[in-house]
Design a binder for this molecule. Structure first.
Ligand code: 1GP
Length: 238
């Protein structure tokens, strides 16, 4: 049986595109959870990402338990900090915020998380996380106290992604930030995709099906949809 990282590699090899719905436990309307779970099951999503900038641990556990009971999709933690670890999930994106220069998000939190993760069976997927300027201040920038990379500085974004690959990251996540006004530029996705070998995740500010398709065509292997589905559970039916 392939683990989640191997499945992503396999999909990339086959040219099969992946889609994650991002659920922020903090923003879940619990009365509507069953409806939401139905919609997730009917959607083309291949993965569920769970996480947020600030999340209460018990809420995270409750949500993941429900997701594991009522969907068949792999649940991947997309943590904002080391408190967001649940042994009930399948995997965790072990993020390093490569675009920033805040040591906590580069290595500090990872050191805190390592002994906790060692006690779980979670699949740990090393992910280079690169925040790109989006035209508005997003929670990632605010909470991490880091500056996103200039969306015009393609050379710097590429060098950052390549450094992540050389450091041994298994995935590169190009992030505009949740609720981004502007998504990651398509030409930027294209440039990175042509110049690194590892799979690319793209998210932030993608609000319609065309945006998803364009990101795929530019070279994204997995697209993350948070806000658009949060605001409209019929999003994928359009
Ligand atoms: C945020 O990339 C994800 O980390 C999704 O962003 O909420 O804008 O879809 P949105």
């Amino acid at each position: 049986l392939l683990n989640i990282h191997q499945q992503i590699l396999e999909a990339k090899k086959e040219g099969q595109k992946l889609l994650a719905i991002l659920l922020d436990p903090d923003k879940i309307v619990w009365e509507n959870l069953n409806h939401l779970l139905d919609k997730i099951n009917q959607s083309p999503a291949t993965h569920i990402f769970v996480g947020g900038s600030i999340v209460q641990a018990t809420i995270l556990e409750d949500l993941i338990r429900q997701l594991k009971q009522k969907t068949n999709l792999p649940v991947v933690i997309f943590p904002g900090d080391p408190s967001q670890i649940s042994p009930q999930a399948d995997a965790i994106l072990f993020l390093s915020l490569l675009s920033g220069r805040n040591p906590d998000y580069l290595i500090g939190y990872q050191v805190q998380a390592a002994p906790i993760l060692k006690k779980t069976n979670l699949e740990v997927i090393s992910t280079g996380y690169i925040l790109i300027e989006s035209g508005n201040e997003t929670a990632v920038a605010r909470v991490s106290k880091t500056k996103p990379l200039n969306r015009k500085d393609f050379d710097l974004v590429l060098a950052t992604a390549q450094a992540g690959e050389m450091l041994g990251n298994k995935l590169i996540y190009l992030e505009a930030g949740s609720g981004a006004k502007n998504a990651v530029p398509l030409e930027m996705i294209q440039l990175i995709a042509q110049n690194i070998q590892i799979p690319i995740i793209v998210g932030g500010g993608i609000v319609n099906l065309e945006g998803i398709k364009n990101a795929y065509n530019a070279g994204a292997d997995l697209v993350v949809i948070g806000t658009a589905f949060e605001n409209n559970s019929h999003f994928f039916e359009l």
